[in-house]
Write a new protein. Structure first.
Length: 111
């Protein structure tokens, strides 16, 4: 069976309706047989519960987005020689920094 279909058991359907809208329950064998499809679903926002004999063994979910704290941003700015300061002109400094780096983001292609 292909993971792309991800059939839901009755218990999973109830959990899906009550707890979350995008939760899929699959067996270990299904997860192992088509891991690439499982990961594609996770990247799209789906949470996957991997089960052994209908008992949850693992949960695969999208990673929490990384959020940089202002203190870390300021430390990095100092390390890179930035002269930006948190004063009345701070917003203009941020806008200028953004405008100076408008090149398109070209992340590496993952196979």
């Amino acid at each position: 069976m292909s993971i792309t279909g991800f059939p839901l058991s009755k218990g999973a359907a109830m959990y899906n309706q009550v707890m979350a809208k995008d939760v899929i329950h699959i067996s270990e064998a299904e997860a192992a047989s088509d891991f690439a499809s499982l990961m594609a679903r996770v990247r799209s926002g789906v949470e996957v519960v991997i089960e052994n004999n209908a008992r949850p063994v693992a949960v695969v979910r999208p990673a929490e987005p990384y959020v940089r704290l202002l203190s870390e941003s300021l430390r990095l700015a100092r390390e890179h020689g930035s002269t930006a300061t948190l004063d009345g002109e701070f917003a203009k400094d941020v806008e200028a920094a953004i405008e100076s780096h408008r090149e398109p983001l070209n992340p590496p292609a993952w196979d």
